[in-house]
Write a protein that binds this ligand. Structure first.
Ligand code: PHB
Length: 390
């Protein structure tokens, strides 16, 4: 069962000939979104679509005189389904732009984007190589490396010496572990053990028991959006907080989507993340208010990939005057720079990857609710795995 979710579609591309896209004059521009709206990562799809729908509500459905049509498909958290849906969107619906979701789905869609020259905005995947899988990909989400290196150094400089890693067992988890370990051990930290938890239907309890038995001072944890609530509950149920074991990680483990329902025992958890609903800017205050009004829940970090992804698409179309030629759109997306609710961000013209601030935050109670309160900022952070390859 599990493998269905995590195995990427390595199989060769079906021999499909793609009709010519793009340069043709047209009145409607079609955006095909393939997102996980059901299955193990439903919470991710819900957040990313919350961001997409808010952007559209605020900015309308006409750009450069062209009507923007959204076609939304549910990949059910299965990469082969994502691939089939993307193929149908390209061949049958003749979409001009794709919006991709989680890592395995994004990997499965990459060869289709390359062959058809249909640009894809990567709205969720946090795995470094996603943008290298196709020259037609631009990322508006994040990488796990961006956050994990920074928390690794912070932990080493703030009293953590012996760490056990608990990692969701798929590509972004492997990268969180790799980059955290590099940065933490370089400053003298020691990794006692790395425990890998299945992605689908996880039970963290046995792993937490093993982690506790290893007697670390700190636990570094990566679980994907949607699993933070269950993880926090099992961490507290197993008594790791009372044992004095510090909990750290990328922002996923104190996701704003789950934080309001967590126990106050999670107060004090320090993470390095790209977004907090408590980020103190006028742009963010307006975002949180409008997002809650439209969707009925607090925006989490995943929502920004959708919201900013739509911004990239709209701004690129304005620059090309509505021309949807793939190469022209990617060129127009490169180097875009703007203020997102998460803070200032840009698209690196060299790598087509997102450059963003990473904030160190601590869970605190504010206005009667739990929030990630930012207390240090690392500006304009690039993906460290790509930077190390240079
Ligand atoms: C991913 O698809 O790479 C992904 C999804 C959810 C997360 C982190 C990474 O929280």
């Amino acid at each position: 069962m599990l493998r269905r979710y995590v195995v990427t579609a390595a199989a060769g591309l079906a021999a499909t000939s793609f009709a010519a896209h793009g340069a043709l004059a047209q009145d409607t521009i079609k955006i095909g979104l393939v997102q996980s709206l059901t299955g193990p990562l439903t919470a991710v799809g819900k957040q990313v679509m919350g961001g997409v729908n808010l952007y559209r509500q605020q900015h309308g459905d006409t750009v450069a005189g062209k009507k923007i049509e959204l076609i939304v498909k549910d990949d059910t958290t299965v990469p082969d389904v994502a691939k089939r849906l993307a193929q149908e969107l390209i061949v049958n619906d003749k979409v001009n732009i794709l919006g991709t979701g989680i890592t395995p789905a994004t990997f499965a869609i990459a060869p289709l984007a390359t062959q058809s020259k249909v640009p894809g905005v990567v709205m969720v995947s946090g795995t470094s190589s996603a943008t290298e899988r196709s020259p037609y990909f631009v990322r508006t989400s994040f990488t796990l490396g961006q956050q994990s290196g920074i928390i690794g150094e912070w932990a080493a400089k703030n009293g953590s010496k012996k760490v056990v890693i608990v990692q969701s067992d798929w590509a972004p988890g492997a990268e969180a572990t790799q980059v955290f370990s590099d940065h933490f051990t370089k400053l003298g930290g020691q990794i006692l053990d790395t425990l890998k938890v299945p992605l689908a239907n996880p039970d963290f309890s046995p792993f937490l028991q093993r982690a506790r038995d290893a007697n670390p001072d700190t636990l570094f944890v990566f679980v994907p959006a949607g699993q933070a609530g269950l993880f926090a509950k099992q961490f507290i149920d197993r008594g790791l907080d009372k044992a004095g074991i510090k909990l750290i990680g990328p922002g996923d483990i104190t996701d704003d989507d789950d934080l309001p329902r967590m126990s106050e025992a999670i107060i004090g958890t320090v993470t390095a993340g790209l977004y907090s609903a408590y980020h103190p800017s006028a742009v963010n205050k307006a975002y949180v208010e409008a997002f809650k009004k439209l969707n009925g829940f607090r925006p989490g970090f995943i929502s920004l990939g959708g919201y900013d992804g739509m911004h990239v698409i709209y701004e690129a179309l304005k620059k090309t005057n509505g021309n949807t030629d793939g190469e022209g759109l990617i060129a127009a997306m490169k180097g875009l720079k703007w203020e997102s609710p998460r803070g200032p961000i840009s698209i690196d013209p060299e790598t087509r990857d997102i450059v963003q601030n990473i904030y160190i935050r601590k869970v605190e109670k504010r206005d009667g609710e739990l929030y990630n309160v930012e207390f240090a900022t690392f500006e304009a952070i690039k993906d460290p795995i790509k930077a190390a390859k240079k």
